[in-house]
Design a protein around this ligand. Structure first.
Ligand code: C5P
Length: 284
């Protein structure tokens, strides 16, 4: 069985406070991208994982492996699966690559093993693996609250073009949140405005409402993020923002074709640059 694991960006992200469990209470609007990893999953006596395209562990440290092991344990399934993962989404980038792989494994194995789990049951398991996994199970556009487990799907947005630019380093999400807690003047929330723009679905409106509370934190650690934002704007982006805890920056464009033209204009040395577009929930 072939399964796609799509990357995500955050169109808006507000940190509302800290929780007793040490995580942060969020309100964020997430959007699936066409950019994806690919997984080939077949039944086998044990769980095995092979990774192509990235230097990633293939054991329990890998979220894809962990998803398979957790599902097998909870469903008390006797068999296993051979998982071959082809990575295209960069790691530690703010694009939920690991969470997307875990979600794809949960969806794929639920079918392959004939477990019959519903979306809510899969999302509850996913939340144990990582905060972004529940959203990755739904895909499309969604308002996401809590630690990441409360997902409200929204109507699909038009297939806007996206240029992604990732500097040649990853960031630790935990460290970004720790530094956020030390901010004296945390940024103003903006998710509600984005929610209204998402309901209207107008590209210029969406671009004008992009907001991410974590952006100033990661940008102070890595000022190159500011330079990338300026370059994407100069290349004609309707709006630019850092995704999640970073460091990937995205620019929105009216179409995939205009995103592809703009991607060719980016001159940031050592950065990973690609053009993609919004991906709706119904499309595989
Ligand atoms: O859940 P996940 O492993 O993806 O989160 C990585 C880290 O990001 C957590 O250990 C936590 O420090 C931080 N985090 C948070 N609040 C969230 C999501 C993540 O503090 N809602």
């Amino acid at each position: 069985m072939l399964v796609k694991a799509h990357a995500k960006i955050n169109l808006a992200l507000d940190v509302l406070g800290t929780r007793p469990d040490g995580y942060h209470e969020l309100e964020t609007i997430m959007q699936t991208l066409e950019l994806h990893d690919e997984l080939e999953i077949t039944t086998a006596p044990d769980i095995t994982l092979a990774v192509q395209g990235a230097d990633l562990p293939a054991g329990p440290e890998n979220l894809a492996y962990r998803a398979a092991a957790l599902l097998r344990e909870r469903a008390e399934y006797a068999g296993g699966a051979e998982i071959r993962l082809v990575k295209r989404i960069p790691l530690a980038a703010g694009l939920a690559g690991g969470s997307a792989d875990a979600a794809a494994v949960l969806r794929g194995l639920n079918k392959l093993w004939h477990l019959g789990l519903g979306p809510a049951e899969l999302a509850a398991l996913g939340a144990e693996i990582g905060s972004d996994v529940p959203f990755c199970l739904y895909g499309g556009t969604a308002l996401v609250r809590g630690r990441g487990e409360a997902v409200t799907p929204l109507r699909d947005l038009p297939p806007l073009g996206v240029v992604l630019v990732k500097p040649p380093f990853g960031v630790s999400t935990a460290e970004v949140y720790r530094r956020y807690d030390a901010l004296v003047n945390p940024p103003q929330p903006g998710c509600r405005r984005m929610l209204a723009a998402a309901k209207r679905g107008d590209a210029a409106d969406l671009a004008a409402c992009l907001v991410n509370s974590l952006e100033p934190v990661t940008m102070s650690l890595h000022p190159v993020i500011g330079a990338i934002k300026r370059e994407l704007s100069a290349a004609g982006a309707l709006g630019v923002l850092m995704s999640g805890s970073g460091p990937t920056v995205f620019g929105l464009f009216k179409s995939r074709a205009s995103a592809e033209r703009a991607a060719g204009m980016i001159r940031q040395e050592d950065c990973w640059v690609t053009a993609t577009c919004f991906h709706g929930a119904g499309r595989e």
